[in-house]
Each structure stands twice: as C-alpha cells, then as structure tokens.
Design a protein around this ligand. Sequence first.
Ligand SMILES: Cc1ncc(COP(=O)(O)O)c(C=O)c1O
Length: 387
Amino acid sequence: MSDKLASQIEKIIRKAAGIEHGPVVLHEPFFIGNERQYVVDCIDTNWVSTVGKYVNLFEQLLSKVTGVKHCIATINGTAALHICMLLAGVQRDDEVLTQALTFVAAPNAISYCCAIPHFVDVSPVSLGVCPDRLREYLKKIGEIRGKELFNRLTGRRIRALLVMHTFGHPSHLNELKKICDEFNLLLLEDAAEAIGSEYEKKHVGHHGLLSALSFNGNKILTTGGGGAILTNDDNLADVARHLTTTGKVSHQWEFYHDCVAYNYRMPNVNAALGCAQLEQLSEILTKKRLLASRYSSEFSRVDEISFFNEMPKVKSNYWLNAILLKNVSRDRRNKLLDALNNDGIMVRPVWNLSNTLPMYKNCPSDDLSVSQKIEGSLINIPSSPSF
Ligand SMILES: Cc1ncc(COP(=O)(O)O)c(C=O)c1O
C-alpha cells in the first residue's frame, strides 16, 4: 500500500484481529452458546411467531441485565424509537431535539409522529448531545409557557430531547437530565448501540423516561432483527405492550382492537436467539473492552491519529471502535477509507449528519461545528468480539 498512514492502520487492525491476510469485517455476530439449540426448539415446537416462551424470557433477562423495570421486545430498534415518541406524547408539529450526528432512525422516528427533528451539536468527549452547548442554546431560543417549552423562533412546542449513546459510549446523562428538568423537556435515550454500557455504574436507560435498544445483526448482541423499549414507568410499559401488539384487547377468541396500533412485537424465533446471546453478554463485553484497550495503546503511537476512549465515570461497551484524524480533512479521511477498504479492511465513516439529508435539510438546527469536525475525521474500525 502506497499510503504510509493507511498501511500503519492496517497493520494495527490485522494484529488486533489476528488476521494476517484476507478480509477483516467491521462487526460480525458472535454465536458461541445456546443459539442453535433455542432456535431449533422454536421450530420443533412450532412457536416461531410473536407468542412463545422466549419473548417473555428475553424481556425478563433484559430487565435483569439493565436493571430497568420493564422491557418490551420489538421487531427492531426503529420501531422501539417510534413507540417511545408516541408514549412521550410527541404530536404533529412538535419539535424534538436530537443530535445531528446520529443514525437516520432517530429523525425518522420523530417524523413518523409528524413532528420535526431539531438538531443540536455533540460533545467531543462523549459524542452525545453536549450539555453546555444545549443549555446556552435553550436559553437563547427557548421560552417556557405554563409547563411547556416553546421555540420562540418557530412558535412550536419542544416536547423532548432524544440523546444517543454513540458507538456504545454513554452521553452526559446527569447533566442532560438536569437541563431537561430545568426546561420542562422529557428525556429519551436512543440506547440502540449501548447494551451493556454503564453511566456511573448503572446501565444506560435509567435517566430517560423511555429508552430504545437495537439487536440488529451488526450490534453487540443480535436477534437477527430486533429491539426493545425500556421504562421504569408501569403505566407507560402497559401502553407500550398494547401499542406494539396491534392494540388487541386480550380475549380467548375475540379479535377486538381498541386503538390504532402497530404490529411491532418481536417473534419468538428472534427472541430465542436473543436469550442465548444475553447469556454471553459479560464474556462479549470483556472481549470488546480488551480489544479497545489493545487498539488504544497501539494507536497512541501513531502521530496523526487519536483513538476514541470512554470518558470518566462511564463504562462503554465499545460497540464500534473509532479513530479520528488529528487534522480534520474529509478528503484525507476518504482516501484512507478507499485505501483500507480496497485492501479488505472494512472501515466506515460516521453517518452523514442528519441535517444534510434531503428530508431534514430545512429542520431547525443549532451550530453544529463539533459534529462537522467529527464527521470529517472519524473512521470506525473492525470491532468484532471474535478478535
Ligand atoms: C443509534 C441507532 N438508533 C437506532 C437504530 C435502529 O435500530 P434498528 O436497525 O434495529 O431498527 C440503530 C441501529 O441500527 C442505531 O445505531
């Protein structure tokens, strides 16, 4: 490889992955437990759809792992986010604050409620919403009327703040919760990437009124496709169960539905995979954190690169490891992405900022200079637990 930096990065990745030649993928599922046995059990017993013992068991295991009282399993993380929005009372023409540096599922879920994503900047330390910048911004554009916050520039109600734990790194949850309380905003957590991550020794998902997880094939734990809604609120949990199961009123034989609702419940066959995966969580987390510490020490010797480490007081699951170019240059970043991918090292940039996507380009937004710098310099590197 002619690019010296690209070949240095490749060497570090190949050493960490233990793969001398051939492709190194970004993130592979890690099936080393009872996955096959539980899935075959679903087939043998014919319980493959949304009713079956594994769905309930998966929810109970998730509650145990996260410490959140109620976990409602869904078909994917996007559906979980959609229900979180509905349960937070997000309505047509409301605004929901969220980071621009996020996966498109977040602004999409806001839009499903005919509400408007309102983009804010992230902290370079957490990659989640920056509390200091958010407070300054809300002082400037926010106006509390009665018990609600309004955007004085657009006249619209701002209902909630949706924070995201980027690549498994918890956001500044205490500070953000304080701001939400100060400005009468509901806090919601997009914890899609953060199963196993802790903030001040507590699993993420406790600060938000509602949180969403994803178990997509590229996540630390996978159910093939899947997600979950987390909440400590008994009433919201009941409504979440009802809304994700077509609003059907429980009855032995009658089909009576009492509201417009969704067919979002996770099937048993996916939950079976999830139960087996949850049994492996602590082993997977140990492997992920070891890989991150190996990367961190190797990249500390590369002048042009910094490795993204967790901030104090949190324990990240290091879902996707990330390196950043010290001199921000989208062009340089793209050349490295080309060179490494051409050599079989699957690396990827962070998502294009949501405010630059055609359907969201006219949404309200704060200054996004930190997000822009991160977008121009960040590269996700292979992070499979099997390394
Ligand atoms: C931050 C974030 N939010 C939401 C989602 C949506 O999850 P899913 O793909 O399960 O719908 C994902 C992952 O894919 C994600 O990374």
